[in-house]
Design a protein around this ligand. Structure first.
Ligand SMILES: Nc1ncnc2c1ncn2[C@@H]1O[C@H](COP(=O)(O)OP(=O)(O)O)[C@@H](O)[C@H]1O
Ligand SMILES: [Mg+2]
Length: 254
């Protein structure tokens, strides 16, 4: 049977927050309305506004409430507003009538002045169990607010990105925590989506080293992991992918 794919971030978030274990690791996420934006900005000061069915970081907006003004960034463009109403109206013209989400913003760690987050690959293995098979860091383009490879982000090892933040032992412990988190995410989503085989979990680590789940992809890019120096990681990802039919040719076989 076909591998299950779920596009709606809203649907996946609602599935995850059913689990008490997960709930604490998911930044508050609501459907867009200007009133929701207002109250979440009052509470968190910084939020991300994003399309419910987006990919590659397209359309993702970082919104901030500062001392005396409001600001948002989309792509490389930053816009400033003296009042909330004018900013919300401007955002509404970007969003139009599409489904967008407002999510508590996480202050990502930085490496050489650029933000980074983490992609955890989770797959059904040869024993039909969930296994976290790859962890890779993604460093944002210097003038962007997303880390996606397709938005100019640079894939990099966690060891390198964490070098100035954690000791080697602490980094090893963080990786083990991320692998466990990946498996918990998969088990929870599987309750609602039983035919999932692979997931790409986007994790933000905040400035106190707490991991937050930003989103879960059901069609994750396995080839990103070819960028890692340890070639065993991609080999395993590919091997498991073959087992569940990820790389089948779309052409009819005779
Ligand atoms: N709540 C958030 N806090 C901080 N950064 C975020 C947040 N949401 C998204 N981002 C940044 O934007 C990127 C793209 O957002 P994401 O939700 O993963 O959408 P997409 O499906 O386009 O990848 C993330 O990888 C992260 O760098
Ligand atoms: Mg993403």
């Amino acid at each position: 049977m076909a591998i299950q794919r779920v596009k709606s971030k809203w649907a996946k978030t609602n599935s995850l927050v059913k689990s008490e274990e997960m709930r604490d690791s998911i930044p508050t996420t609501k459907k867009w309305s200007s009133e929701t934006l207002r109250s979440m900005l009052n509470e968190y000061k910084m939020v991300y506004v994003k399309p419910d069915q987006g990919t590659f970081g397209s359309g993702v907006i970082r919104v901030e409430k500062l001392e005396n003004h409001y600001t948002y960034q989309l792509g490389t463009r930053i816009r400033n507003f003296s009042g909330f109403e004018a900013m919300a109206a401007s955002l509404q013209t970007v969003i139009k009538s599409r489904t967008y989400l407002v999510q508590r913003g996480i202050h990502l760690l930085k490496h050489k002045g650029r933000r980074f987050d983490i992609r955890v690959m989770v797959q059904k293995n040869d024993r039909h169990e969930w296994e976290s098979t790859g962890i890779i860091g993604r460093l944002s383009h210097p003038s962007k607010i997303v880390t996606n490879y397709h938005s100019g982000g640079t894939p990099m090892t966690i060891e390198r990105l964490m070098q100035s933040h954690l000791t080697k032992v602490q980094t090893r412990n963080l990786k083990s925590r991320l692998r466990k988190l990946g498996v918990s995410v998969a088990r929870q989503l599987q309750n609602d989506y039983p035919r999932l085989k692979e997931l790409g979990v986007d994790v933000a680590v905040d400035t106190s080293f707490k991991p937050w789940i930003l989103e879960v992809n059901t069609l994750p890019d396995p080839f990103l992991f070819r960028k890692l120096p340890d070639k065993r990681v991609f080999r395993k990802i590919y091997r498991y992918g073959l087992l569940y039919g990820r790389f089948k040719s779309t052409k009819k076989r005779s």
